[in-house]
Design a binder for this molecule. Structure first.
Ligand code: NAP
Length: 284
């Protein structure tokens, strides 16, 4: 039986990658999905293929319901419009998936303030704005789920001394700091909202996911990188966190294959959360 019949979900970063996979699975499970990102049409992004209209067309071709809302998450008014347009089209939001991120990988000494500000605005700041926009409806109905996408980058390098000076070493400080902030925010928000029956969770891939983003930053060696898990693993784990009962999931900071294995959705997982420990927040 479909798990999201009648539910209204917003998925940010649904023009490509993990967000696209989440949007498609949610729609296949019966949700009315609002897909948000900047790229409305193919060619809108200088570097990447994928667009909201492509995601929505594929959802509709498969018999699902979806709407593309072009959104620049770094702008408050654009986030506010996204939620208003969702409410106007489909009704109050049941599920918010904060998946979008913009990544600049550079050491702090080489990073511009603009890069720093933009990525905080698309990441933690937009999560704050969207959360504030969806909460009145969720609180009124005493139900809802917010899933924030994090990364094992939140784990950090630990204490020194640091002998590894290889290529790329230490270039994820900003990215990791944002993801750590998202994890702390998620757990605190989960505690605040428990009384209203609203779950808040943070989810990261257990392994690399090949997406336009990871291919561009050469984190994925190729579309068939053997170290990777399929994007569907994150989509299924997001579905799990958005649908399992509040007391079983709220406040969890977890990893795709860890949570899927724990709930018996996959037999045997691997990667972060299973073969190696996750972040501090995933352990409390
Ligand atoms: P991706 O391929 O780089 O896609 C990023 C998405 O964010 C795109 O849909 C992009 O759409 C959207 N976005 C960027 N800036 C935006 C803005 N200003 N306003 C609205 N949307 C914006 O990323 P991904 O690899 O799928 O990753 C998705 C999430 O998983 C991220 O939070 C990432 O940190 C996390 N993650 C991924 C991996 C992995 O292995 N892939 C590992 C750990 C964590 P537009 O460009 O069209 O706006």
């Amino acid at each position: 039986m479909a798990k999201l019949n009648g539910k209204v979900a917003i998925v940010t970063g649904a023009s490509r990658g993990i967000g696209e996979a989440i949007a498609k699975l949610f729609a296949a499970e019966g949700a009315k999905v609002v897909c948000a990102a900047r790229s409305l049409n193919e060619g809108d992004h200088k570097l990447f293929t994928g667009s909201l209209n492509t995601t929505v067309a594929e959802i509709k071709a498969a018999g699902g319901t979806a709407l593309a809302v072009q959104t620049d998450l770094s702008r408050e008014e654009s986030c506010v419009r996204l939620v208003a347009k969702t409410r106007e089209t489909f009704g109050p939001v049941d599920i918010l998936v904060n998946n979008a991120a913009v990544s600049f990988f550079a050491q702090i000494k080489d990073m511009t303030l603009r890069q720093w500000d933009t990525s905080w605005a698309v990441g933690p700041r937009a999560i704050f704005v969207l959360t504030k926009e969806v909460l009145p409806d969720m609180i009124k109905r005493c139900s809802g789920a917010i899933v924030n996408i994090s990364s094992s980058g939140a784990i950090g390098p630990g204490r020194g001394p640091y002998k590894d000076r290889g290529p790329g070493a230490n270039s994820g400080t900003k990215y990791g700091a944002q993801k750590a902030a998202i994890e702390r925010f998620s757990q605190g928000l989960a505690q605040e909202l428990y009384q209203y029956g609203i779950s808040v969770t943070a989810l990261s891939p257990s392994q690399l996911v090949v997406t336009p983003g990871t291919l561009f930053f050469k984190m994925a060696a190729s579309p068939n990188d053997p170290r990777a898990e399929p994007p569907d693993m994150m989509a299924r784990a997001t579905l799990l966190l958005a649908t399992e009962p509040l007391d079983k999931v709220t406040g969890r900071v977890t990893y795709s294959q860890q949570i899927l294995q724990e709930f018996g959705w996959i037999k045997k997982g691997q990667g972060t959360g299973i073969d190696r420990p996750g972040s501090g927040y995933s352990q409390i």
